[in-house]
Design a protein around this ligand. Structure first.
Ligand code: PHE
Length: 464
């Protein structure tokens, strides 16, 4: 009880919004969204993605906020506090596990981004061509030492912010940096749109070719929606636990989902015109961001300043997102294990650094550990990504929806999400509840079956 009273919360509704957006917006928007869109048919993928955000993302986010704010606890403690049946606590533990797994590879990619800020500042990309952009990316990734040092640096930065605490750390950083990020990305878009042939990139991004809207594309979009909105692993439970008592959590879910999707689209507008303008392939995978952006700014006045700005923006987004990932185990260790904040942060980031080495040294097939296969043909890096994003997050989301839809009284749910009835939003809550009970779980089962390969094999079997 004492612990509960001392607990920090965000100070205002605006702070809640920016902190939550800070978790959602990250490498998922700027790195993962463009490359998945590039490999999955452009506009068709975008349409499927937006539908998934609306049909699954928003309802599940509301569930996580409910669990967090009502219990005012970490991802594991929340289920205890709400007296959920024992099995449900497993979602909390899974969340702690998934967050650490995500942090292993996320800190690696964030390290590449930090190194790009530094290289851009040094003028390393002056006169870059499509071929040299690729070589520069490969040297960054393969290392072996520089990427490890950058990974260490990002984890050190995050540790300092998290030790500063919820109000001074997470809140202050996100409230200042989120608006900057938005302005920077708009500047990048303006440049990208003035490239010769920009319209081809826009067409790729926005033109929906319905023949591309295949089962696997829809399913890939659903998986990304999950990762993007930081769902299924306790992050939004943990953040919900810091929400103010008067926050309208349904409207926060909707606003965060909309703003997050807008930023993904703006990132797409910065990248795809360049892909076409420089004769590159949209489907070149994880290096897409790193190979195109230096080219976007290579031949224009102030290009090098804008390049620094773009990677700085990405570094900011990656930092605020990984902070929220790491806050999950930290809050757990503090509240459930009674470990002091500083120790909890350092213990968590220390483990992430140690095991994260495996991710960083296996990011490409030519990396030092690139030939070791863990899950199927995937190395450490890809296995951490696969296991967390494709398996653990969908299961976490599904169990969360089942818990709220079938084990929490509908009236309790409505009472909390209407702030004791003061918001007068029962009609909306009834609709949200139908989504939580029926629509989202069904779609999540589909994502999960897809991620373990059942649906693709089925489709193949049926010759679809
Ligand atoms: N949503 C973040 C992004 O898009 C990643 C993330 C996943 C953060 C899961 C927290 C939890 O980059």
């Amino acid at each position: 009880m004492e612990n509960k009273n001392k607990r920090e919360t965000f100070s205002t509704g605006l702070a809640v919004f920016f902190a939550t957006l800070g978790s959602a917006v990250g490498l998922g928007n700027i790195w993962k969204f463009p490359y998945l869109l590039g490999s999955n048919g452009g506009g068709a993928f975008l349409l499927a993605y937006l539908l998934c955000v609306a049909l699954v993302g928003i309802p599940i986010m509301a569930c996580e906020f409910y669990i967090g704010r009502k219990s005012r606890k970490n991802a594991v403690g929340a289920f205890k506090e709400l007296k959920a049946a024992k099995g449900f606590k497993t979602i909390g533990f899974m969340g702690v596990g998934s967050s650490v797994l995500i942090a292993f590879f996320y800190s690696c990619v964030a390290g590449w981004v930090y190194s790009y800020v530094f290289r851009a500042l040094k003028g390393d990309f002056v006169g870059v061509t499509a071929a040299t952009a690729k070589t520069k990316f490969m040297t960054t990734v393969v290392g072996p030492f520089p990427p490890l040092v950058w990974q260490f640096i990002i984890l050190a930065v995050v540790s300092v912010i998290l030790i500063a605490g919820v109000k001074n750390g997470i809140e202050r950083i996100t409230k200042t940096l989120m608006p900057v990020l938005f302005i920077l990305i708009i500047i990048c878009d303006i440049r990208a749109l003035t490239l010769p042939g920009a319209s081809q990139g826009l067409k790729f991004l926005f033109h929906v070719d319905f023949t591309q809207l295949t089962g696997p594309v829809i399913l890939a979009a659903l998986g990304l929606a999950f990762f993007k909105l930081s769902l299924g692993m306790g992050t939004m439970i943990t953040y919900g636990s810091y929400f103010t008592q008067d926050n309208n959590m349904i409207s926060t879910s909707i606003k965060v989902a909309l703003a997050d999707s807008l930023i993904s689209i703006l990132a797409g507008i910065a990248i795809f015109p360049a892909v076409f303008s420089f004769g590159m392939q949209p489907s070149q995978g994880a290096g897409l961001l790193f190979m195109t952006i230096p080219l976007v700014f290579s031949q224009i006045p102030f290009g090098s300043v804008l390049l620094v700005a773009f990677f700085l923006l990405t570094a900011i987004a990656a930092t605020t997102a990984i902070m929220s990932v790491i806050q999950v185990p930290v809050a757990y260790l503090e509240e459930e294990k009674g470990i002091g904040k500083k120790k909890a942060v350092l213990l968590t980031t220390g483990i992430i650094m140690l095991v994260g080495i495996l991710a960083t040294l296996s990011a490409d097939s030519s990396s030092v550990l690139g030939n070791i296969h863990i899950i199927g043909k995937r190395g450490f890096f890809d296995s951490f990504d696969y296991l967390s994003s494709n398996i653990l997050l969908p299961i976490g989301g599904l169990i969360t929806a089942i818990y709220i839809g079938y084990f929490v009284k509908k009236d309790d749910f409505k009472l909390e999400l209407s702030n004791g009835g003061t918001l007068n939003n029962y009609a909306v809550l009834n609709v949200v509840h139908v989504f939580i009970k029926y629509v989202s779980p069904i779609l999540l089962v589909i994502v999960f079956l897809n991620s373990i390969g059942v649906i693709p094999s089925l489709l193949k079997l049926l010759h679809l």
